[in-house]
Design a protein around this ligand. Sequence first.
Ligand SMILES: Nc1nc2c(ncn2[C@@H]2O[C@H](COP(=O)(O)OP(=O)(O)O)[C@@H](O)[C@H]2O)c(=O)[nH]1
Ligand SMILES: [Mg+2]
Length: 430
Amino acid sequence: MENSNLDNSTDWAKQAYAQLKQKQEQQKLEQQKLEQQKLEEQKLEEQKQEEQKLEQQKLEQQKLEQQKLEEQKQEEQIINKDKDFINDTKPKLGKFDEEFTWSAMVLAAQGKKADQISLEEIDWLSRLRRGLEETRKGFVSELLDKLGDDPLTPETLDDLETLLLRADAGINSTDKVMSSLRKKLNEEVVGGEEGIKFLKEELISILEEPIKNSSRTILVPEEGKLNIWLIVGVNGVGKTTTIGKLAHLSTTSNCKTLIAAADTFRAAAVEQLMVWGERSNVDVISNQSKNADPAAVVFDSINSALKRGTELLLVDTAGRLQNKNNLMDELSKIRKIIDKKVPNANVESLLVLDASQGQNGLKQAKGFARSANLSGAIITKLDGSSRGGVSLAVSLEVGLPIRFIGAGEGLRDLRPFNSFEFIEALLADK
Ligand SMILES: Nc1nc2c(ncn2[C@@H]2O[C@H](COP(=O)(O)OP(=O)(O)O)[C@@H](O)[C@H]2O)c(=O)[nH]1
Ligand SMILES: [Mg+2]
């Protein structure tokens, strides 16, 4: 009995063992299955993430391409506009009207005789005055209404302060003018007309200060020598257009001129420059290959310039690279090549500023001035902008002499800067 019981219990134990074993196997299988499942889930998750990433990349790629297309379209528009350009290189004598009289008077006030006046000067002054109309509207007309012919009062001075600030003259220039005016007002009674005269003198002195410090009244290429003008500034301010106009000014003064297409970042930049070169009959040295080195283009251009006896080499530069440091590095690389290759050349580094950008342009000027070794400024787009006052801020706050101003998109719409003419045109109503 015992035996059979024992036998039974052995059987029982065997059964139990087998069952346990089976359970264990099952658990192991389940465990494996679970792990398998987990792995698969993980794989699925990774796949999903990968797909999402690809989708994201595709979207970004699409966005980039769209952006590129947009930029291309804009560039094409600029080039087409440039191609459509009417060849208006010779001004015509218009009517003998108020505009002519005003222009002639501004020239006469500078000591010019009637037989010394050129049609170009008359034409430019009329267009400059028209161009500055927007700035004038928001600045002078209102002031003149307030001033009338009565003596200046502290209240009119406060109005003047607001108007100067609104024309983007900047806080420092405004403060300077205001404290001079207040001082004068404390000493004597100042009539409206006299106040305007004093204001003009103050504004001119702000513009003249950096010009005086540079010891050159106007910037002209020295004859019989290589002069290199680097034209710098952010995208779209008008560098290429300005080079075209400068080339025209220079060739009409019989100066041997050459252009270097050192903006190799934008594909269409070279083409745009070629159009302008053709217009003023000036050769453009370029390297059409993609991602050409701007410094190498400058190197080649200097070689050509030396061979041809060029007197003025105008260098177009990029307004945007991957980041700002690159841009500054690029400019200093170009500068180094020039200094090494032609240490005796007269080099100017001219910053182009878009007047319509107002105080933002001033920020750009400060940024460039720190690292780009600037020697002067060119203010463009004075036509149609209400922020012509920014010229004052550039002179006073960045200390750069303004060398040229542009007021229009045509070949003749750029002239050497003359502070007297500029202020007369700005305050033309009185
Ligand atoms: N109204 C006006 N437009 C200008 C003036 N100068 C340049 N532009 C326009 O500004 C745009 C950008 O000029 P561009 O020379 O290509 O600028 P860049 O990128 O600095 O080389 C073009 O459409 C020009 O015609 C100007 O004095 N007045
Ligand atoms: Mg350009």
